[in-house]
Design a protein around this ligand. Structure first.
Ligand SMILES: C[S@@+](CC[C@H](N)C(=O)[O-])C[C@H]1O[C@@H](n2cnc3c(N)ncnc32)[C@H](O)[C@@H]1O
Length: 227
């Protein structure tokens, strides 16, 4: 599928797919959106006073922007980052994004490592961060049950890719979360939120990033212990 490279309103780049009429990030600002949805309301909402390590699962590794920002902003001592991608971008395409010029040149060496990292092999990216890329369609992959503190659900939107928003996919992510874990996404569609509730998530609507009214955070409830 043809990929075009466009600048978003905060100066950071994204990829546009003309055939799907879909972008990898918000055109109002790729970095702004990722920091707001996935870092502020996802990763950094995990209580760092109680946890030394945090397990993240990202749906749709894409350009690696969310992984790069997670590395930069994690408040946890250890970050274990697993991500799935069905249609990887190439190293040349990733270079066109020039994210480290905005995120920090110090991260370039690690960003390059993420992009080059072999699929299906867990790597230690730097002290305190393990990284695992899965080359597969999410529909064909079962998350490890009860493993994750946070899931970044960064699929293309329901209009462009409805199969990624089906109940079976949401159930897979629910099962992959620890009790008290959360799923975060830019999507705030009513049907999506109703589907999350029907599976057992506790659903929160939060203010969205610039250009979007709302986003969604959904928690897997803790089961109450019997006396
Ligand atoms: C909205 S973009 C994600 C952007 C990415 N998080 C980033 O920071 O660049 C959606 C991603 O999901 C990937 N994708 C599409 N279908 C998929 C599938 N069935 N399973 C896993 N990934 C898929 C796309 O190739 C694309 O990289």
């Amino acid at each position: 599928m043809k990929r075009e490279f466009i600048k978003t309103e905060d100066g950071s780049m994204t990829i546009y797919l003309p055939e799907m009429d879909e972008t990898y990030h918000s055109t109002h600002g790729a970095i702004q959106e990722a920091e707001h949805v996935f870092i502020k309301h996802g990763l950094n909402a995990v209580d760092s006073s109680e946890k030394l390590d945090v397990n993240v699962f990202e749906v749709g590794f894409g350009t690696g922007l969310n992984a790069l920002l997670s590395m930069k902003h994690s408040r946890h001592l250890y970050l274990n980052y697993d991500t799935i991608e069905a249609f990887p971008v190439t190293k040349d395409e990733a270079d066109k994004m020039r994210y480290c010029e905005l995120v920090g040149d110090d991260f370039k060496v690690y960003y390059d490592k993420m992009i080059r990292c072999p699929w299906g092999k867990k790597e230690s990216l730097k002290f305190g961060m393990t990284f695992f890329k899965i080359h597969e369609k999410l529909q064909n992959y079962s998350l490890t049950k009860g493993k994750y503190d946070v899931i970044y659900f960064d699929a293309f939107g329901p209009r462009a890719q409805s199969e990624m928003w089906e109940i079976a996919i949401l159930q897979n992510m629910f099962d992959g979360l620890q009790e008290g874990g959360m799923l975060v996404t830019y999507c705030a569609k009513g049907q999506f939120k109703r589907d999350l509730k029907s599976i057992g998530f506790e659903v929160e609507s939060l203010p969205g990033p610039p250009g979007k009214r709302e986003m969604t955070r959904a928690w897997k409830p803790e089961t109450e212990e019997e006396d």
